[in-house]
Design a protein around this ligand. Structure first.
Ligand code: 13P
Ligand code: SF4
Length: 328
């Protein structure tokens, strides 16, 4: 199945027929992003899913995102074009792991990144995404201990920004972002000294970026640690700053340290900027399971449907609801 204009028309027609809205994460294939009704980061898509007037949500993203939509809207039908689209980060902590960790710190507040299973969310006090992790942790009584999971690099970023000492961080990581290493970033930053640098906080290299800026190797105001949605807003700002104030002639490059699907929306948002991936092999195989053929099959057959055990969903709902309320 090719992503032709006929395919796109058929996708739109089938979605209308099912009264479905199609959501796509920023890491999806460009053709999937282009046919979707809404494209965004995890937080924006959760909010849209919670408020969607349609009966059906077709989630072009990974499984925990579709599960989160189901937790927020249990009466809706939530479909994912391929239920095998998992997440190595979500797999890095199980409900049993979290139960054991909580037993060690019985009075701690549990903050889980949205990249977790519904079972882990059911044991969580507040969920967060990379857009609002700092705001979520800052909202917690400074005297309470915090268990932050599962991403160690996002955790380190939040700890750095909030200056919070009583925060314990799970040692999980995303294989895609952990693979964007500090050496590659250092090399590119040195060869493009005028470029801005957009780094997702799941990257192992976020610390290197800040270190480079601290060393003076890279202008500190050109390092931005951002969620995928934050990168789109920052792209518009950089375009405005670079091209709107007579900086023409200078480099208008931005180095991007995240999954490569991100480049599509960045290039659409700021066509005057030359976006370059820090690591062009940083592709999430799970995100890319959502192919044009899989989306077509999903809309024709109504599969794969996402189910969350109602009791688990009920226990997880409060933590997800708090996530979508904070940092609004
Ligand atoms: P955000 O879109 O929230 O920045 O998340 C990135 C990610 O890795 C999702 O899997
Ligand atoms: Fe999970 Fe990493 Fe893929 Fe995001 S990029 S869905 S965190 S494996």
């Amino acid at each position: 199945v090719e992503a032709t204009p006929e395919w796109a028309r058929e996708i739109k027609r089938l979605a209308r027929e099912r009264n479905a809205t199609i959501l796509a994460h920023n890491y999806q294939l460009p053709e999937i992003q282009d046919v979707a009704d809404h494209v965004g980061d995890s937080l924006a898509l959760s909010r849209i899913a919670a408020e969607a007037p349609e009966d059906t949500i077709v989630f072009c993203g990974v499984h925990f995102m579709a599960e989160t939509a189901k937790i927020l809207s249990p009466a809706k039908t939530v479909l994912i074009p391929d239920q095998r689209a998992g997440c190595s980060l979500a797999d890095s902590i199980t409900a049993a792991d979290l139960r054991a960790w909580k037993a060690e710190f019985p009075n701690a507040v549990v903050v889980s990144y949205v990249n977790t299973t519904a079972e882990v969310k059911a044991l969580t006090d507040i969920c967060c995404t990379s857009s609002n992790a700092v705001d979520v942790v800052a909202s917690i009584d400074p005297d309470r201990e915090v268990l932050f999971l599962p991403d160690q690099f996002l955790g380190a970023h939040v700890k750095r920004v909030t200056g919070r000492e009583n925060m314990h961080i799970w040692a999980g990581e995303c294989h895609v972002h952990a693979g964007i290493n500090g050496d590659e970033l250092t090399e590119q930053a040195r060869t493009h000294p005028d470029a801005d640098l957009f780094v997702h906080p799941e990257c192992g290299c976020a610390t290197s970026a800040l270190y480079l800026a601290g060393e003076g190797a890279f202008p500190a105001d050109r390092v931005h640690i951002l969620s995928t949605g934050g990168m789109i807003d920052a792209a518009r700002d950089v375009q405005q700053r670079r091209l709107g104030n007579g900086e023409q002639g200078q480099s208008t490059q931005v180095l991007v340290a995240t999954e490569v699907g991100m480049l599509h929306q960045l290039r659409k948002a700021a066509p005057g900027i030359d976006f370059q991936a820090v690591n062009d092999r940083a592709s999430c195989k799970y995100m890319k399971m959502i192919t044009p053929a899989a989306l077509l099959r999903c809309l024709v057959e109504g599969r794969d449907e996402v189910h969350v055990d109602p009791e688990t969903a009920a226990r997880g709902r409060n933590s997800v609801q708090r996530m979508i309320e904070i940092g609004n």
